[in-house]
Design a protein around this ligand. Structure first.
Ligand code: MG
Length: 257
């Protein structure tokens, strides 16, 4: 199932997105998409509504340095254990929303990533049971002010600006995430192209590691790391990230007005 969230003339709703291409339809889900969703009977052509970020997260946890070729391009060493950091949920925006460049940075980078969406409250999940707590997967851009990252020595400011966590276009609930192509394009030029099979720490390990630290709640999002090819975005660019089996997340980039 493809789960999304929309703004329609009737308000904001979680939906199931069915069909392909121009024939896509958004079927309204009653209340929330966890467990077995029930439907209200209302639906809209997807072209008539606006997709929002597909989930409301209490927190976004991200994994750093999780593809060897990205670690190499950043000049570091691959960590033995996952390195985690938090992006505030106020950094989340949906497909089509502008990534706003803060005036304090001259070096804002895209980072295309596969994102895990948690489906139920959990703590201390063993890797062998990790997939039981997953609602599905979406596409993320872990937008990063590289100059802030270097200046501060830690990543909260660099990764935490409003609009620095585009998510979408929807959550795919039926997907084997272990070997999917991930691709980032800026104005149609391919900048990143890799596969999730190259993750240094795989999804079960990530869920075990993060849930050993903190309780995960339904809707929480875990970004799994970016492959090599990171680079700058500037005012007027359009950034598209595609994960095989999910879809394409596209966001324009704009200087702060
Ligand atoms: Mg990242």
């Amino acid at each position: 199932m493809r789960l999304g969230r929309i703004a329609s003339p009737d308000g904001v709703a979680f939906v199931s997105i069915e069909g392909e291409g121009d024939a896509r339809t958004a079927k309204e889900i009653a209340e929330h998409p966890f467990g077995t969703p029930t439907f209200t009977g209302r639906s809209w052509p997807l072209a008539d509504v606006r997709l929002l970020a597909p989930i409301l997260a209490s927190k976004v946890i991200a994994i750093g340095k999780n593809y060897a070729a990205h670690v190499a391009e950043m000049g570091g060493e691959a960590p033995k254990d996952p390195v985690i950091f938090i992006k505030p949920n106020t950094s989340i925006v949906g497909p089509g929303a502008s990534i706003v460049l803060p005036p304090s940075s001259n070096e804002v980078h895209y980072e295309g990533e596969l994102a895990i969406v948690i489906g139920r409250p959990c703590k201390d999940v063993p890797a062998s049971k990790a997939y039981d707590v997953v609602l599905g997967y979406t596409v993320a851009n872990d937008v990063s002010a590289r100059d802030h990252q270097k200046h501060d020595g830690q990543w909260t400011r660099a990764k935490g600006h409003d609009t620095f966590c585009p998510l979408g276009p929807w959550i795919e609930t039926s997907l084997d995430p272990s070997d999917l192509e991930i691709k980032t394009e800026v104005d149609g030029v391919v900048k990143q192209q890799s596969r999730t099979s190259l993750l240094l720490h795989d999804i079960p390990k990530i869920i075990e590691w993060v849930s050993a630290v903190m309780t995960l709640l339904p809707g929480d999002v875990i970004l799994t790391g970016t492959p090599e090819g990171v680079g700058p975005m500037t005012d007027g660019d359009s950034v598209s990230i595609t994960v095989e089996g999910i879809g394409t997340l596209t966001n324009p980039v704009a200087a702060k007005k």
